[in-house]
Design a binder for this molecule. Structure first.
Ligand code: SF4
Ligand code: SF4
Length: 507
């Protein structure tokens, strides 16, 4: 790249910038990359670019001394490589601005965060980076490991209008995107409307689905829509392995959905796999399924949350499989996404890509179908309930002021992990996994790869908390000991029972 300081630049039109105490987060809705602009001074330069004839003028305006220009030039180059800023086709500035930001050397990086930045994340952000919103507990499947014990719709589910109000609030908070899940979110008759509504408000949507409603027509519609990403769940690279966990016919449904997306030209869909004892030997096969369809493989960790608690003993990967998974992930690098869910494997030595941080209540949270807010999607329990967004103050107040989130953002003790050589990267592992196996929250992860949880797991009198709520209906597949629950009311028989098809918006 030639001297970029001579050129006229601007923020890319697909990028949103969100101020944070450390500087800003920049999110690109096209390539879905997140960049951390680690100093307020660099934010001032970036926001001044569009109003100045060239980048040098933006630096001068921001009061950056010439000896600091190389550092700023390098930071801007990083942002340009991620398409966060781009050259202006016309050298004419948008307007003339007399704002006078101060400046210091800074660096923007894409997708990674330094130790200092991670520390800032521990104290929480102005809004979540990764917000999961479960639109419904209704589901056409009954996967044995469902983290939210889904099946039946909750009659108190948020209405269309309430969902729109949530989206409006997320837009006001500059939440770049929401991960929408369930249950099976596409079962809601207003799902496609809510998706379009979010896109129209510039709130990106990543939604997880078992594929049941991803027809060729829907796939074409999605392929033509910016701001939308799709994750299709599959837990076996063969029908035999998948359907034992997710139910008969679910493999065919997911593969059909992936094929429909590929045929429609949807770029870079995600193939989402929960790694279990049964599929841990199929990682290469999963990768091939994704590659053949232009999709990206995303692996996540099995947690003992929801119905997952009943099957965790039987399904969580063996110690040998964990080691193989770790080596496989190291070899794959950033070609395979993990949602940062395997950072406990850093106990083997080298860290995997990601924040390596339990983000619960700090950068992550969950909104459930009735508007309850929890610290994380895997922590649906009264212990991690932060509030309800229908209360005065809405979601913003819950996120910023709830007692639970304040507690989670305060310095944590390392308990029995104190002295472990890997604590800085492993950090004692996953809070939810510890809680739902009855282990102390300040101790080792139940899958501690150094074996430090073995005694605690074997201890007599360990109490395993039950989920605070359960929307399961009759389970056609069963691996763990859970007996099939009898239906308790109409919506136990059908996930759609009680759903008003014509909503307040007439959809
Ligand atoms: S509790 Fe576990 S799953 Fe939730 S954010 Fe923390 S590490 Fe991730
Ligand atoms: S002892 Fe704690 S910090 Fe060390 S590897 Fe085990 S879980 Fe991680």
């Amino acid at each position: 790249m030639t001297n970029l300081l001579n050129d006229a630049w601007e923020l890319s039109p697909s990028v949103a910038l969100r101020p944070e105490p450390f500087g800003a987060l920049a999110y690109h809705f096209g390539n879905r990359r997140l960049s951390f602009i680690k100093r307020p001074e660099l934010v001032s330069v970036v926001t001044a670019l569009a109003d100045q004839p060239d980048a040098r003028a933006a630096l001068v305006l921001a009061g950056v001394s010439p000896e600091q220009w190389p550092a700023y030039s390098s930071a801007l180059r990083g942002l340009a490589a991620a398409d966060m800023i781009r050259r202006r086709t016309s050298g004419t500035p948008r307007t003339q601005s007399n704002t006078s930001p101060d400046a210091q050397p800074a660096a923007g990086r894409t997708g990674t965060a330094s130790g200092g930045l991670v520390k800032r994340f521990e104290y929480g952000l102005a809004a979540p980076i990764c917000l999961t919103w479960e639109l419904t507990y209704a589901c056409n499947l009954s996967c044995v490991h469902c983290l939210s014990s889904s099946g039946r719709r909750d009659p108190r589910e948020l209405s269309t209008r309430q969902c729109e109000a949530v989206i409006d609030e997320l837009q006001a908070m500059q939440v770049f995107y929401v991960n929408i899940g369930g249950g099976e979110p596409t079962i809601r008759p207003d799902f496609w409307h809510l998706l379009d509504y979010a896109v129209s408000r510039r709130v990106g949507v990543k939604f997880s689905t078992n594929g049941v409603r991803l027809t060729p027509e829907r796939a074409r519609h999605l392929a033509a829509t910016d701001y939308v990403d799709v994750q299709v769940s599959l837990d076996g690279a063969t029908a035999e392995v998948n359907d034992r966990v997710r139910g008969p016919g679910s493999y065919a449904t997911a593969m059909r959905a992936l094929d429909n997306l590929a045929a429609a030209g949807f770029e870079n869909a995600k193939l989402s796999v929960v790694v279990t004892r049964e599929n841990a030997g199929q990682l290469d096969d999963f990768k091939a399924i994704a590659d053949e369809r232009g999709a990206t493989l995303r692996l996540t960790r099995l947690r003992p949350s929801g119905r997952g608690a009943d099957v965790w003993d039987d399904l969580h990967p063996t110690a040998e499989q964990q080691r193989d998974l770790y080596e496989w992930l190291l070899r794959s690098g950033e070609d395979v996404l993990t949602g940062d869910s395997f950072f406990h494997l850093a106990g083997y030595g080298e860290s995997l890509p990601g924040l390596n941080l339990c983000g619960a209540g700090r950068v992550v949270c969950l909104i459930d179908p009735i508007g309850d807010v929890y610290a994380c999607p895997f922590a649906i329990h009264d212990r991690f309930h932060a509030g309800n967004l229908l209360s005065a103050g809405g979601f913003a107040q819950v996120w910023r002021e709830s007692e639970l989130f304040t507690e989670l953002r305060s310095p944590q003790t390392s308990g029995a992990c104190t002295g472990c050589a890997f604590f800085d990267s492993c950090r004692g592992g996953c809070m939810a996994a510890k809680f739902f196996t009855g282990l102390p929250l300040d101790g080792p992860d139940p899958e501690c790869v150094q074996g430090h949880a073995a005694d605690a797991l074997a201890a007599a009198g360990r109490t395993v908390p039950r989920p605070s709520q359960d929307h399961s209906r009759r389970v056609p597949v069963q691996i763990g000991p859970r007996p099939a629950a009898p239906p308790v009311r109409a919506c136990a028989e059908s996930p759609l029972a009680g759903l008003v098809v014509s909503s307040e918006r007439g959809l």
